[in-house]
Design a protein around this ligand. Structure first.
Ligand code: NAD
Length: 297
């Protein structure tokens, strides 16, 4: 049986590692956060207190906050690419950028390590249910060989091309969720300013041609002022920053998306990295003098 070493057992990684255990894989795991490590141990992951488990794995999987952590894990002198056995496959599930992907590929060349990028969509609920969408880039033979790993974590699985193709698809796809969030906030505000109660305005949107997953999932959190603490503004702002970097690198002119990226960056500046992503709404609420959750009738 394939021995997996799983690095990064946070909201997404912890749930994915648990599903790999359920599917019958031997999974060692590490996370520098002791609470995450303990939670993973409760699901059957063998919790290690260092990342040295790289050395004995057949497959290393990582679900890390972003490019900085992926580069640090992979490229440092004592990093993954130096330690793993020749023939190991590294599947990175993080939302990462193309520049880091290129640096990893250059460094991996000649080390007999196969790189697969497999970022995901579906949030912590999809990760827990094993129903994520998985966007895969990497050599076809290796992707096929490890298909059962992808089936253990995802329901919609697409192999899109060479290494990096998954990161591209993930970044392009995720921008829509954020642009819809900002436009939802503004549509709510327009109605509220005109005299419609926030909860009623949301209900009208949910039953209109503008209905969406974002309206159904994030709308109630915005209107209630709970702002969805399960996903931090740091990750949202990172996703939009990666999108704008990718737009520059491929030559795409996306002025509306640039405004959305700036709104997420401003939310992180105002409220701090650990704040919930939907605090983006509070900027609009404050600027317009209407705090939705204070206006419930
Ligand atoms: P998270 O912050 O909950 O988890 C990341 C984990 O990585 C943390 O537990 C942290 O302690 C750990 N970590 C940091 N540096 C590490 C290192 N050097 N070695 C080992 N572990 C390290 O984040 P998350 O929500 O689980 O997201 C993980 C990735 O999945 C991100 O790239 C994110 O953009 C992406 N993603 C998240 C969601 C979501 O809804 N949360 C959805 C799709 C994709």
């Amino acid at each position: 049986m394939t021995r997996i070493f799983f690095l990064g057992l946070g909201h997404m990684g912890g749930a994915m590692a648990a599903n790999l255990v359920k599917a019958g894989f031997d999974v060692d795991g590490f996370d520098p956060n002791p609470a995450m490590l303990a939670r993973a141990a409760d699901t059957g992951v063998i919790a290690l207190d260092t990342a040295d488990g790289f050395a004995t794995a057949d497959v290393v999987m990582s679900s890390l906050p972003g490019p900085v952590q992926v580069a640090s894990v992979g490229l440092e002198d004592d990093g993954l690419l130096e330690i793993v056995r020749p023939g190991t496959t590294w599947i990175d599930l993080s939302t990462n950028d193309l520049e880091t992907a290129r640096r990893l590929a250059t460094h991996a060349a000649g080390k007999y390590v196969t790189l697969i990028d497999a970022p995901v969509s579906g949030g912590p609920e999809g990760a827990a249910a094993g129903t994520l969408s998985v966007y895969i880039g990497g050599p076809a033979e290796a992707v096929q060989k490890h298909w059962s790993i992808f089936e253990a974590i995802g329901a919609t699985i697409d192999h899109l091309g060479d290494h990096g193709a998954g990161y591209v698809a993930k970044i392009a796809q995720v921008t829509l969720c954020y642009t819809q969030t900002i436009t939802l906030i503004e549509a709510l505000m327009l109605g509220v300013k005109g005299g419609v109660a926030p909860a009623k305005m949301l209900e009208l949107i949910q039953n209109s041609a503008g209905s969406s997953y974002v309206a159904d999932t994030y709308g109630p959190e915005i209107v209630a002022g709970t702002y969805d603490p399960s996903f931090s503004i740091h990750l949202a702002a990172k996703d939009m920053r990666l999108a704008m970097e990718m737009a520059a690198s491929v030559g795409a002119d996306l002025p509306f998306m640039a405004r959305v990226a700036e709104r997420y960056a401003e939310t992180e500046r105002r409220y701090g990295s650990a704040a919930p992503h939907l605090l983006a709404a509070q900027i609009t609420e404050t600027d317009n003098g209407h705090i939705f959750h204070e206006e419930q009738s």
